[in-house]
Design a protein around this ligand. Structure first.
Ligand code: NAD
Length: 321
């Protein structure tokens, strides 16, 4: 049985949907926080709840007492995919505390709860490409430049300790910018699409000179399943991090160009300097992951944006709120 934390979130929702379609049993938990629209999260949950193999519990991982709700299923859970957490680099500048509470602290609670489970084979947890720091600046390479990145890096360090001490199998997934239908409203693709459609100005940071390894959520899910299947029966006591991101990078202005193309309107751009904490570029180097897990990234950015805009328009009523 799979336990997905952060199941009402963007990636958790897509992974749960895929596992349920494959006839697996999924327990999902989420605290439904209000970082972005709770209604949007509940819409995702509504779709998942249609499947009888899905059970949802409202649990806040930063509150140990809430774990009691899992008691009945504890002995059946053999794989955990931990996607709950506080995402977003820019929000971490003004709200650093919530990143420590919901990233390393909540993760530690989860590990404490499951460290003695004999059934549990594997925990995959969400880290981030931001742990690489500003890859264009030698001084900042591999050093976190935001509390968000630091909070993810500390989860990786904690994993090293728990895999040694309790022989747990803990694999960190360094996601690069993930996008797709039901994507997060605080991320660029969603924000830009919404504003371009309603003729509002978009803020383009670093004067548009950003580039990212934009990765479609379907590619994330496919590779995640490969990772689970390959590593599930691997010997215990393993701590490893893997990069899951499309090795092809895309410039921000190119992304905007594709949105304009499929929305059918020109963007009004408000060019701004680089924001504190933001890295100028991310690039997924995944030679080892391709060799070990046969990772593949099939969705080209133009097609991914086309599909996103179609979903946005098809769900216009909900997305225009
Ligand atoms: N989406 C990306 O591009 C991206 C990139 C790198 C890393 N990540 C990481 O991957 C994970 C999933 O990202 P996402 O885009 O799906 O984010 P998301 O915000 O959509 O999903 C996270 C979910 O976790 C829940 N949550 C937060 N704190 C919790 C707690 N204490 N207890 C229970 N639930 C809690 C939230 O309510 C939310 O539904 C996050 O940890 C994020 O930092 C995402």
């Amino acid at each position: 049985m799979y336990l997905i934390t952060g199941v009402a979130g963007f990636i958790g929702f897509h992974l749960a949907r895929r596992l349920l379609n494959d006839n697996k049993k999924v327990i999902g938990i989420d605290n439904l926080n209000s970082y972005y629209s709770v209604k949007f999260k509940k819409e995702r949950l509504k779709l998942l709840k249609k499947n009888k193999n899905f059970k949802f519990f409202k649990i806040d991982l930063s509150k140990k007492i809430h774990f009691k709700k899992l008691k009945k299923y504890y002995l059946n859970i053999d794989v955990i995919i931990h996607l709950a957490g506080q995402a977003g680099v820019r929000y971490s500048i003004k709200n650093p505390t919530t990143y420590i509470l919901n990233n390393p602290y909540a993760y530690l609670n989860l590990l404490e709860c499951f460290k003695k489970s004999e059934k549990l084979k594997l925990v995959l947890y969400a880290s981030s490409s931001s742990v690489f720091g500003d890859i264009l600046k030698k001084k900042n390479k591999n050093k976190p430049i935001s509390v968000y990145a630091a909070s993810k890096l500390s989860m990786e360090q904690i994993s090293y300790v728990y895999s040694n001490m309790y022989k747990m199998k803990l694999v960190g997934m360094r996601f690069f910018t993930v996008y797709g239908p039901w994507g997060r409203p605080d991320m660029s693709l969603y924000k830009f699409t919404k504003k371009i459609m309603s003729n509002k100005k978009i803020d383009v940071f670093n004067f548009g000179d950003h580039y990212r390894s934009f990765t479609h959520v379907d590619d994330i899910v496919n590779n995640l399943i490969k990772l689970i299947n390959k590593i599930k029966n691997h010997k215990s006591g393993l701590s490893r991090v893997v990069s899951i991101g499309n090795p092809k990078t895309v410039k921000l202005l190119k992304l905007i160009h594709y949105i304009e193309k499929y929305v059918g309107k020109k963007a009004k751009k408000n060019f701004l300097p680089l924001q504190k904490g933001d890295v100028r570029g991310t690039k997924a180097f995944i030679k080892k992951e391709i060799k070990d897990f046969n990772f593949k990234f099939n969705i080209e950015i133009e097609d991914g944006v086309r599909k996103f805009v179609k979903w946005f328009v098809d769900n216009k009523k909900q997305n225009e709120k």
